[in-house]
Design a protein around this ligand. Structure first.
Ligand SMILES: [Zn+2]
Length: 245
């Protein structure tokens, strides 16, 4: 890979300690897509980059593209999202979004809609709307990545859906004519459908019930695990957090 310097707005998706004082980060850059970067000396107390390199913070980065890894040469914070690291519940939901983006998107493929979505959803989580934000993220991210399920009619036969159809992850949508999956209400499918296409500024008008949120969570969790072919660590974390809440 050619060596060069790139400037990008980016969110910190993952962060690992490396060596004495370095950090290895997974950054999701607006113009770079997902990249791995080393931040040398980032854990030294006097390092001015420390704040911007915190998990889930969004900043402006100057990255030097080396042979196998990017190096963070400069950065400044734009949105620190401090609360996402201080509050366990907010941390868990922010981890969920970061994990899905980390698993779903390929290295060095910029995805502007996904970046904008992440930024909006992290703000919603910070403001205390964790569950709603996670479901908005699910539906928008499924759409962006081309996995939006069929929610209005049977994905197998095209027939009308009963009041409580089954959502088949294997078929990619609701079914009326048999199939394994999670049962959910048609009203929940309507909320999912609205979340996937409604003007982002108006989504706050939706008022999903606790039952809608619960059903959406079960369906999207199973669907992501089918798409990604693995279970999500953050989902396990959210489960454990609830047990101790
Ligand atoms: Zn059918």
């Amino acid at each position: 890979m050619a060596e060069k310097t790139v400037k990008t707005q980016a969110a910190v998706l993952r962060s690992y300690k490396y060596g004495e004082s370095d950090l290895i980060l997974t950054l999701f850059g607006l113009s770079t897509g997902k990249v791995s970067a080393i931040a040398k000396g980032a854990r030294k107390t006097k390092n001015r980059m420390r704040g911007t390199l915190q998990l889930f913070s969004i900043g402006n980065f100057l990255l030097y593209k080396g042979k196998s890894l990017y190096t963070v040469t400069q950065c400044e914070t734009e949105e620190p999202f401090v609360i996402l690291r201080q509050d366990l519940s907010k941390f868990a939901y922010a981890s969920y979004c970061a994990e899905i983006i980390g698993e779903l998107l390929r290295e060095e493929e910029p995805n502007v809609p996904a970046f904008r979505l992440l930024s909006i959803v992290l703000s919603l989580i910070a403001s205390g709307q964790e569950e709603f934000a996670a479901r908005l993220f699910d539906m928008r991210m499924l759409k962006i990545s081309g996995f939006l399920p069929e929610m209005c009619r049977c994905v197998k036969c095209g027939g009308h859906l009963p009041e409580r159809p089954v959502f088949s992850c294997a078929e990619g949508g609701a079914v009326c004519c048999g199939g394994k999956g999670v049962q959910l209400g048609k009203d929940t499918l309507a909320v999912m459908n609205n979340l996937s296409k409604m003007d982002m500024q108006k989504t706050h008008r939706l008022r999903p019930s606790a039952k809608n949120l619960k059903e959406m969570e079960q369906v999207t969790r199973a669907y992501w695990e089918t798409i990604l072919e693995k279970s999500l660590k953050s989902v396990e974390f959210i489960e454990r957090m609830r047990q101790f809440a």
